[in-house]
Design a protein around this ligand. Structure first.
Ligand code: NAD
Length: 293
């Protein structure tokens, strides 16, 4: 059976590394890293994500600044808050929690974040640079970066390998495919219109699934010895769970364990890495802005 890729323990290690680096920066320069989070509306899931991010910041010594705006506020109000944070030298990272209310133009708002403080990596210019040969984004989106960090820390070779990414969203699938390509994998993208996805996926040495569909990837979709990174977080009914549901990935974990050489669990795989990478992006922002290193 497969080796478990333990995102929870890698994320803990990453956070400890970040924490000690921040401590050193504080001691030698007095600079305190700061992250600003803008939340629009009152979605329960978004509130939970924001709370988790704030707690993670506190743990490693990053000051967090939070703005909560009502669902019916204007685009202009959101952009005004972003501008104030852009000009605030105590703030090194700015993130706007997605999704935004439907009446807002997401691109316009993400465009307002200074690319120097775009720790989510969603600014069109950072995405554009990610897609271009010979150019480097200032920041890479956190979930894709977390997937790559897991591959790196488990010494999984990417160069020359066949990789399949399932899903092509702006926040996960698309940037993940670009990152794998930058590391010289041969990348295919499988999406909801792909015919014979299992046949394409079976060719992959590395499979990264971010479709948001429980049990999409069966054992029969995998080549023997493939490495599987499961980004999906999907609720499925579970009468034995006090909440009435439990969370599973996109991959049939038990089946995949008989075929894959290594696999991430859900929960405890990519999930914890996402927040760790947000902290990492905030730290690298501080270092760039203050020319530390
Ligand atoms: P999304 O809905 O924006 O995109 C899903 C993508 O999957 C689309 O490109 C679609 O074409 C593709 N897809 C959908 N059904 C498919 C199918 N049957 N076969 C092949 N492709 C299919 O979702 P997202 O925001 O990219 O998130 C994807 C999943 O990852 C969700 O379960 C989400 O909860 C999870 N997620 C996890 C983290 C984390 O930190 N671990 C972060 C973000 C998202």
């Amino acid at each position: 059976s497969s080796k478990l890729i333990d995102g929870k323990s890698i994320a803990k290690k990453v956070r400890e590394e970040i924490s000690s680096e921040i401590m050193k920066i504080k001691d030698s320069t007095g600079i305190v890293p700061g992250l600003a989070v803008i939340l629009v509306g009152s979605r329960k899931d978004s509130q939970t994500y924001v709370r988790n991010k704030k707690n993670a910041c506190e743990d490693v010594g990053i000051a967090s600044y939070e703005v909560n705006l009502s669902e019916d506020c204007t685009e202009e109000e959101v952009i005004n808050h972003i501008s104030v944070f852009n000009d605030n030298s105590a703030v090194h990272g700015i993130l706007v929690q997605l999704p935004l209310p439907r009446h807002m133009n997401e691109e316009k708002i993400l465009n307002a974040v200074s690319i120097e403080k775009d720790v989510d990596g969603f600014h069109p210019l950072n995405i554009g640079r990610l897609a271009m040969q010979g150019r480097d984004p200032l920041f890479v989106p956190c979930t894709p970066k977390g997937c790559m960090e897991l591959l790196r820390r488990y010494d999984i070779e990417i160069k020359g390998k066949r990789a399949v990414v399932i899903g092509r969203s702006n926040i996960v699938g698309m940037p993940t495919a670009l990152l794998l390509q930058r590391e010289n994998a041969t990348v295919s993208i499988v999406h909801s219109y792909t015919k014979n996805p299992e046949e394409i996926t079976r060719q992959a040495d590395i499979v990264i699934s971010a479709a948001g569909v429980a049990n999409l990837v069966r054992g029969s979709w995998l080549k023997s010895g493939a490495v599987v990174i499961d980004v999906g977080i999907n609720p499925v009914d579970d009468a034995n769970n006090p909440r009435g549901y439990r969370l599973v990935g996109d991959v049939c974990f038990e089946e995949a364990c008989n075929v894959a050489s290594a696999i991430t669990p859900v929960p405890g795989g990519v999930g914890p890495m996402t927040i760790a990478m947000l902290l990492s992006n905030t730290l690298s922002s501080v270092k760039r802005i203050h020319s530390l290193n």
